[in-house]
Design a protein around this ligand. Structure first.
Ligand SMILES: [Zn+2]
Length: 278
């Protein structure tokens, strides 16, 4: 599943291609996405210019003349930039033609989404209302300057939920998915099952630093090399080679040599070193 770094990589890769361009044509496969109705929809974006492209949580947010367009990659979505005449891959469901190429939303499992929000909607002219993004995307951005150990420490007082599923709640901190939560907790030396409210201020500072580090490294490396993830130019990412615990159960820890464990936690696999994480 694409996580925050992959979406950030796609966002940065696409900006160079689409900013300032007007949509010349738009088409669909006719198959519905999560809320995109497929062929029944009107295609109102023809003639609309793209003024900005930002990432909000795991949404790609395009600001156009009259519309906001939100693209969520779901489990297996890809947003590809292809030459104008290139054949689109199988499972392409929405595409936008520009003078210099085509943007293609490809998604074999169709859990992703393309949403259009009119800028005429109350409060949506210059910024996207939080209600549009949904509760799972309203938390603090972990790469923003407001996010630090002090923020984590204060937010977690009285919380009995284990730290890992707590970190993965998008209404608190956005975009810290399974891989990055596992990797950050390892770097901070914190056991994924420890209640969030039982972690002291210094360890929260270490954790906030670790979260920013793993996300930044993954972005620099082009995102994790997940099976379904391909960046906007079709290149796989390189962060997977630097995972220290994720997917390494049964292998020795690079720090202490003990075997890395895998445990299910809130329906998600957690990977951790019993020697290094407490
Ligand atoms: Zn270890």
């Amino acid at each position: 599943m694409p996580e925050l770094p992959e979406v950030e990589v796609v966002c940065r890769g696409l900006r160079d291609h689409v900013l300032g361009l007007a949509v010349q044509s738009m088409g669909t496969s006719g198959k519905a996405l999560r809320s995109f109705p497929g062929k029944k929809t009107g295609l109102p974006l023809v003639g609309q210019k793209i003024h900005s492209l930002e990432r909000r949580a795991k949404n790609l947010v395009f600001l156009m003349d009259d519309w906001w367009m939100l693209v969520h990659l779901g489990m297996s979505g890809q947003l590809l930039w292809l030459p104008r005449e290139a054949q689109r891959p199988a499972h392409s469901h929405v595409w936008w033609g520009f003078a210099s190429g085509q943007l293609v939303y490809n998604d074999p499992r169709r859990f992703g989404d393309v949403r259009l929000v009119s800028r005429g909607l109350a409060g949506a002219a210059d910024s996207l209302p939080a209600s549009v993004l949904g509760a799972a995307s309203t938390g603090i951005e972990p790469l923003s300057s407001q996010f630090d150990g002090n923020w984590l420490y204060r937010a977690s007082r009285g919380v009995r939920q284990p730290i890992k599923p707590w970190l993965m709640r998008g209404d608190l901190v956005v975009g810290v998915g399974n891989i990055y939560a596992s990797e950050a907790l390892f770097r901070a030396g914190i056991h994924p099952g420890r209640p969030a409210g039982r972690i002291g201020p210094e360890r929260h500072t270490g954790l906030a630093d670790a979260i920013r580090q793993v996300l930044s490294e993954a972005i620099a490396g082009g995102g994790s090399s997940l099976r379904d993830f391909v960046s906007a130019d079709g290149l796989p990412g390189h962060f997977a080679t630097s995972h220290r615990v994720y997917g390494r159960h049964g292998l020795p820890c690079g720090q202490c040599g003990r075997v890395i464990f895998r445990r299910m936690q809130a329906q998600r696999a957690s990977y951790f070193c019993p020697g290094c994480q407490h």
